[in-house]
Write a protein that binds this ligand. Sequence first.
Ligand code: ADP
Length: 434
Amino acid sequence: MWNIWQHSFNIVFVLMIAAVAGMVFGALKALIFLCGVLLWMVFHHLRHMVALERWLRVSDHTAASIPAGSGAWDDVFAHLARYVRQHSQSQERLSSALERMQSATAAMPDGVVILDEVNRIEWCNPVAEQHLGINLELDTGQPIIHLVRQIPFVEYLAARRYSNPLILKQMRQQGLIISLQLVPYGYHQKLLISRDITRFEKIETMRRDFIANVSHELRTPLTVIGGFLETLSSTEEIAPEFNRRALALMTEQATRMQHLIEDLLVLSRLEDEQNKVKEKPVDVANLLSGLLREAESLSAGRHRITLMIDSREMLCGSEEELRSAFGNLISNAIRYTPDQGEISIHWEKRNGQGVFFVQDSGIGIEPEHIPRLTERFYRIDSSRSRETGGTGLGLAIVKHIASRHHARLEITSQVGKGSLFAIWFPEKLMIAGD
Ligand code: ADP
């Protein structure tokens, strides 16, 4: 170790040699010797300083590239090498921590944007780029309001009341609804957290629509019943004819409400994920023979109804649910087919799959309505649906039952010519019959 003592010893040693040389060779020679030693020392330090200056000038400072030194410089360079090594180790630790942080935030389902004290973007994760239409590379340093320009967001930023989130419909991505929340932290910095709530908002809209629809459906029969009850209770002498008509209409409305409640209960049972399909082999041919009799009684001779069984195969599923799905499609065919029309009910096996279909020669459906028919309460002609005892829930029930059996509902129709409603069951549900 080169230290101050060694340094002092060297100086004393040189001075002693100079003194001895002075005594032996005279003062002039001793002075020349001292000057030579000083020159050598200056040269020695200059050489190391140049080496140090060169090393400082290169951009890639690694411990290995530090020049070798001698004398006091050996110590200096050894210290420098240790410092560079420690620095690069802490640099590595920092960059691996940063990498871990970045991969963790990239895996987050929420978007995160770091904003500085004047709301300029400092950093964001890929989800935030997607939610807010930001490009981290291009937009770092940009004020966030230059990229998210909606007025409610600008007002939210300015109001500085960040306890509640802001719900925003993103214009850049059709249908995307996000919730934004600002969280202040550090020195006037903010975290902007974005969350995709499209699904929740859809469910919320569906819930609101559903309550509005059910209330609307119940209001009409209740108004009819309430009106008659009021008249009956305020009139002393009621004509028997009015009495009979009132009772008939009240019964009709009560039945309508009952059907609605029954269908709602069926739907809620079908939607309950805990309620699994109680599978057992279902004799479809037998089931359809029973439904044919019911259809004939519903039609009361107004239609020609035929049943064509081309397969004796059974189906693995819930008999109760299949009866409800097939029954709904058959009763729709009767209700939307004018008198003297034709209705045929089929059970076949095609390419291994089981297919049940009902074909009618009824009023048909315009193509734009077809994708929406399975929505709850969606009706093309509300008055016809209600007059014929419809609740607007039949096809929603059919669709649920089909999907619980991994089956597909297919609807084809031509206005004025008729419709075909088919349910395609997967091969794995087919069981060879006798
Ligand atoms: P509804 O109780 O109103 O019949 P559904 O869900 O069973 O409710 O049917 C939805 C709508 O689909 C009906 O209102 C009707 O407009 C149309 N629809 C259903 N089946 C047929 C069919 N076989 N022919 C023509 N239109 C039909």
